[in-house]
Design a protein. Structure first.
Length: 313
């Protein structure tokens, strides 16, 4: 080849260290991501919205509010795509019914610029969720949400945090994926064993060849034996095909980058046990129905989700 091939593991390590330098954000490191782009990042490449913008969501409450405003089927007109975000949850059915009578808009299909709406099965399963704050950690709640929406499917990008943000997350995900595809091998990329580095080096910069391994064949079963998998998230059979091969996010390149374990309750730091007794309706139906706001959501926090102000239109 004439040039010295850097071990693939070193390339990945260098890349990850640069990403980490660029995305260091202690303050928002535990903010959650919209699970829709984690589930299918390629679908969201052109979606510029609260799904992909900003810092993510401070806790499960804010995340479920986002999901209600943007993704829940019940909260919008399927014909003209108006959302009923200004209405109280219990009023939406009636407002929607009245809206539908007068809705003469042409049917508007969602495009690649729009966030996804749940289908009726997702809407129903998600609506049954009831997070008991004392019994579930944020990561467990997140997992429940994913399971309701996508069953046993894994997320393409498995960890639930927004950091380092949509763009960087997709870059990292695609870069590692393509690099591995280019090199035609998958093993020991992230955490090479000392005696594995030789093998990695040999194949590191080899061009794709007859031995090039189809990425499709490298999905779950071939990756299952890799260690250090994060908790199982889900993707699977009946998703819409994005045309992109299935990548197992439990694979080492997406090992959580120097973030603390998610299994604690600090995201619920404003939790007040006394208050909770008076607000048993917080975690009903996967959304916030209480008029009081236990987390002190800033007013207007979700304004960018409120595309339809005129609920009687
Ligand atoms: Zn979203
Ligand atoms: Zn309509």
């Amino acid at each position: 080849m004439g040039t010295t091939a850097a071990p693939l593991a070193d390339v990945v390590t260098l890349f990850n260290s640069k990403v980490s330098q660029l995305t260091d954000d202690e303050e928002h490191k535990e903010y959650l991501a919209c699970p829709f782009w984690k589930h299918n990042p390629v679908r969201y490449l052109r979606v510029k919205s609260s799904c992909t913008d900003g810092f993510g969501f401070k806790n499960i409450g804010k995340l479920t509010e986002h999901i209600k405003r943007v993704h829940c089927l019940w909260n919008g007109c399927e014909k003209c795509r108006k959302r009923f975000n200004k209405a109280k949850k219990e009023e939406v059915d009636e407002i929607k019914r009245r809206h539908a009578i007068g809705c003469t808009q042409r049917t508007k299909d969602l495009t690649e610029l729009d966030a996804e709406w749940m289908d009726k099965y997702q809407d129903e399963a998600y609506g049954k969720l009831n997070f008991q704050r004392n019994k579930a950690t944020p990561s467990q709640c997140y997992e429940k949400i994913c399971r309701a929406l996508w069953g046993s499917e894994k997320l393409e990008i498995g960890e639930p945090y927004h950091l380092p943000g949509f763009q960087m997350s997709v870059l990292r995900w695609q870069f590692i994926k393509d690099l591995q595809s280019l090199c035609g091998q998958k093993k020991n990329v992230e955490r090479p064993h000392p005696d594995a580095r030789q093998d990695v080096a040999v194949v590191a910069l080899s061009p794709p060849s007859a031995e090039h391994v189809d990425p499709v064949l490298l999905s779950t079963q071939n990756l299952d034996n890799l260690s250090s998998a994060p908790p199982p998230f889900f993707r699977g059979q009946h998703r819409k095909d994005s045309g992109v091969w299935s990548y197992d996010p439990s694979e080492p390149p997406f090992t959580r980058p120097a973030l603390p374990d998610f299994a604690h309750e600090e995201a619920l730091e404003e939790y007040d046990p006394e208050q909770e007794q008076n607000n048993s309706d917080y975690y009903i139906a996967g959304t916030w129905t209480g008029s009081a706001d236990p987390y002190g959501f800033p007013v207007g926090q979700f304004d960018r989700d409120a595309e339809s102000d005129d609920i009687f239109g």
